[in-house]
Design a protein around this ligand. Structure first.
Ligand code: HEM
Length: 429
């Protein structure tokens, strides 16, 4: 990409700055920017300070077009999430590549399909069915704890954070006592810009950020090394046993790949599901008519789940890079160019979704891209939807009314974000 030219390709500096400003993701300014971009420059170049220039892909059709051409748009060649130049340089010094870990997200063919096949079956509906009973027990206990709060709670703290964490840790095979450690590591990894979750609260230098990220990876690595040793000696019916014993060819996975694999499963599955779950309750709490509609028609619960995932879109972006010169939406993309897939924008695209800012549990069809698209399509989508459906099936019949009881606060993060405080009031039937 020519880094010096400016012109009608470039998006205005103030809009580009919101894309890299974690705070903009916490106060809805990001949606103003996305709306402007879709209308005025749906595929333009952002050149914010401290970052390499990148294409900003805001239309649903373009996000799908990039995501399904996995040979033309790679994951592994450049950072898979937005990263400053200084941080990328540090990471390259440490690992020799653009990313600190090598999970499914940071792989391309031929490795990606081989590694994905190792656990894909576990995450398919046919296998997940066997967990449904246990997930329902966890959901019931979670709902009971909420009801015991006596009419008011912080839905994030009391329900949304713990529930998906507990489910994925059981499936993975991590003991309950270690869940707080996993939650903290995930929040530090996904929202390092949020002052409430970051390890260091002030503005960080690239050295500090890379040291922090390395420490997080080292924590995960040390933790899961013990789990691997145990599952090779004492295999169980859990996902850790599959990862610990998986072979690529005739050998176990290299240790770094294995840590990365545990990390993606241990982290990708709960913050995202928590944010979507909280999004659903937020939407129902501020709209009594929508709440009444879902209460009266429980068959709308799967629609509620999908709409919450669309409306919240917890994963705001992933990056890709072009492996060859190509054309997209009338723009000439050059080999090596970096592209930001703005899922949360695609999910409010007026050409695809009628009245896109409105939350409608009966939205049909709902072809959102919150789980991505193509070869990297979220491995955990069926699990996330199953967990959410079961929670609402267990919770909604108990609730007579639901309303907001204070200010909703969002995490400040440009990668994964959602409500971090959701005070609600409720009456029980
Ligand atoms: C990948 C979103 C829940 C595991 C992804 C991607 C997105 C995403 C956007 C990238 C897709 C792409 O590049 O095309 C979400 C959302 C969730 C959720 C919004 C909840 C509502 C889960 C759960 C798990 C999970 C419960 C379970 C462990 C993964 C994995 C990948 C992935 C392993 C990498 C797949 C690959 O690169 O092949 N997810 N996810 N996710 N997700 Fe999820």
């Amino acid at each position: 990409m020519d880094t010096t030219t400016t012109g009608d390709l470039d998006i205005p500096a103030n809009i580009a700055e919101t894309l890299v400003d974690p705070v903009a993701y916490a106060d809805d300014r990001i949606h103003d920017s996305y709306r402007w971009l879709r209308a005025n420059n749906p595929l333009g170049i952002a050149r914010p300070d401290r970052f390499d220039p990148f294409w900003v892909v805001t239309k649903h059709a373009h996000i799908r077009a990039v995501s399904r051409q996995n040979d033309l748009f790679h994951n592994a060649d450049r950072p898979t999430t937005l990263t400053t130049q200084a941080l990328e340089e540090r990471v390259r010094k440490i690992t020799g590549g653009p990313n600190l870990v090598r999970s499914l997200v940071q792989m391309d063919a031929p490795d990606h399909p081989k590694y994905r096949a190792l656990t894909q079956g576990w995450f398919m509906p046919a296998n997940l069915g066997k967990f449904e009973g246990r997930v329902r027990e966890i959901a019931r206990a979670t709902v009971q704890r909420m009801l015991d709060r006596g009419g008011a709670c912080d839905f994030v703290e009391d329900v949304a954070l713990g529930y998906p964490l507990h489910v994925i840790m059981e499936i993975l095979g991590v003991p309950e006592a270690d869940e707080p450690r996993m939650l903290k590591l995930t929040q530090e990894l996904f929202g390092p810009q949020d002052p409430d979750t970051a390890r260091v609260r002030d503005a960080l230098s690239a050295e500090q950020v890379s040291a922090m990220l390395q420490a997080i990876v080292a924590d995960f690595s040390a933790y899961f090394r013990k789990i691997t040793e145990d599952r090779r000696r004492n295999p169980r019916d859990d996902l850790a046993t599959v990862i610990a014993n998986a072979k690529i060819g005739s050998d176990y996975m290299p240790e770094h790949d294995q840590t990365s694999y545990y990390m993606i499963v241990a982290t990708a599955g709960h913050d995202t599901t928590s944010s979507s779950t909280a999004g659903a309750i937020w939407a129902l709490a501020r709209d009594p008519a929508e709440f009444a509609k879902v209460k009266a028609n429980p068959e709308l619960i799967p629609g509620l789940v999908d709409e919450a995932i669309r409306w919240m879109t917890p994963v705001k972006h992933f990056m890709r890079s072009a492996t060859a010169d190509t054309e997209l939406g009338g723009r000439k993309i050059a080999k090596g160019d970096w592209l930001m897939l703005c899922y949360a924008s695609g999910n409010r695209d007026e050409d695809v979704f009628e009245d896109p800012d409105r939350f409608r549990s009966d939205r049909k069809p709902n072809r959102h891209v919150a789980f991505g698209y193509g070869a990297h399509l979220c491995l955990g989508q069926y699990l996330a939807k199953l967990e959410m459906r079961i929670l609402f099936e267990e919770l909604l019949p108990h609730l007579k009314s639901l309303s907001l009881a204070g200010e909703v606060k969002m995490t400040q993060a440009y990668f994964v974000s959602g409500p971090k405080k959701l005070p609600i009031r409720f009456e029980v039937n």
